[in-house]
Design a protein around this ligand. Structure first.
Ligand SMILES: Nc1ncnc2c1ncn2[C@@H]1O[C@H](COP(=O)(O)OP(=O)(O)O)[C@@H](O)[C@H]1O
Ligand SMILES: [Mg+2]
Length: 311
């Protein structure tokens, strides 16, 4: 069982190199700060739901090759922000550049061809398909469309064998080969998280966006997932991940972006964020806190400038 492999996972974590070590030296701990080599640049991104401003991000740059943690209390707008960046929702205004080119209005299924994929907070494995078939859904074809859209294309059949080889290799890497022919519906929650990450890699992305990849998984599997995220960085990929667990954030983030009430309120290396325990308490809440508690009163009590001024 996948959940029983802490040694292997631990070894992977220990061995993985960080090729971008030191890249943030000299980058100010100020929200909106420019990065040495930004893969993603967001400007003036806004999303309203009725009277609620769910996302209002003036400027954010994501360093290429780094692991950036996106944190903030429940309801801060993190998932909505991901949805806007990945074409699953449409902003009321704003611009996004990926690899120097605008991706405004680009549909989610076309973004994989542009190098960007995301996973979901609640995994979306299709339970009536096998694990292997779920993996193959993550592949991109030459037109940049998903497997699902390309199913009836004759071009696809020629590539299918190639895609299957790639899917099986990724299942091997994630130690899920033995599950290839099982229906995804039979997987444990933890195994679904692994499949979700493995499937995201089918399109060989430059930028991987993970929404709470470790939520609800046991400690051994968390270690395994952490190892896989560090491997993505070692391969030169960029990772942005949403996470509640500050130990996880401290462990794998090169840079942390803090969101509250739709806006970026601070950014900096993980150490600079953790120094402010009152901010951690105020902005992150606890994993046990009921959803929909935006902690707005505490937010008001801790000015963002207090975080930014410190290193
Ligand atoms: N489709 C929607 N319709 C209305 N309100 C929404 C919708 N999606 C999110 N929201 C609201 O937007 C805010 C941000 O939610 P979300 O992005 O899920 O936050 P987070 O992921 O940081 O917990 C919340 O107040 C949430 O209730
Ligand atoms: Mg969320």
């Amino acid at each position: 069982m996948i959940d029983d492999q802490p040694e292997a996972a631990g070894a992977a974590v220990a061995e993985t190199e960080n090729p971008i070590e030191g890249v943030f030296d000299g980058v100010e701990h100020v929200r909106g700060v420019a990065k040495p080599d930004s893969i993603l640049i967001v400007d003036g991104m806004r999303r309203r739901f009725g009277g609620l401003v769910a996302v209002d991000v003036d400027h954010l740059e994501i360093q290429r090759g780094a692991i950036t943690g996106l944190i903030g209390p429940n309801g801060a707008g993190k998932t909505t922000f991901f949805n806007l960046l990945t074409g699953f929702d449409t902003p009321d205004g704003g611009h996004v550049e990926l690899n120097g080119a605008s991706i405004d209005g680009v549909a989610s299924h076309r973004l994989a061809a542009r190098g960007m994929v995301r996973t979901f907070q609640l995994t979306k494995a299709l339970s009536k398909l096998t694990v292997l078939e779920n993996m193959m859904l993550g592949a991109k074809n030459q037109g940049g469309e998903s497997f699902l859209r390309a199913l009836f294309s004759p071009m696809w059949r020629a590539r299918e064998a190639e895609v299957e080889v790639q899917a099986r290799a990724l299942l091997e890497r994630f130690k899920l080969s033995h599950m290839a022919d099982e229906y995804a519906g039979t997987l444990s929650g933890g195994q679904r998280k692994l499949i979700e990450m493995a499937r995201a890699l089918m399109s060989e992305p430059d930028l991987v966006m993970l929404d709470e990849p470790m939520a609800g998984v046991n400690p051994a599997l968390t270690q395994s997932l952490l190892g896989h995220v560090k491997e993505l960085r070692a391969e030169g990929r960029t990772v942005i991940f949403i996470e509640h667990d500050m130990d996880v954030v401290q462990d794998i983030s090169d840079w942390v972006v803090v969101m509250a009430e739709g806006s970026i309120i601070a950014e900096g290396p993980p150490g600079s964020i953790a120094e402010h325990q009152q901010v951690v308490d105020a902005y992150l809440g606890t994993p046990d806190a009921p959803p929909g508690e935006p902690l707005s009163s505490e937010t008001d009590g801790v000015p963002a400038a207090e975080m930014e001024s410190d290193s």
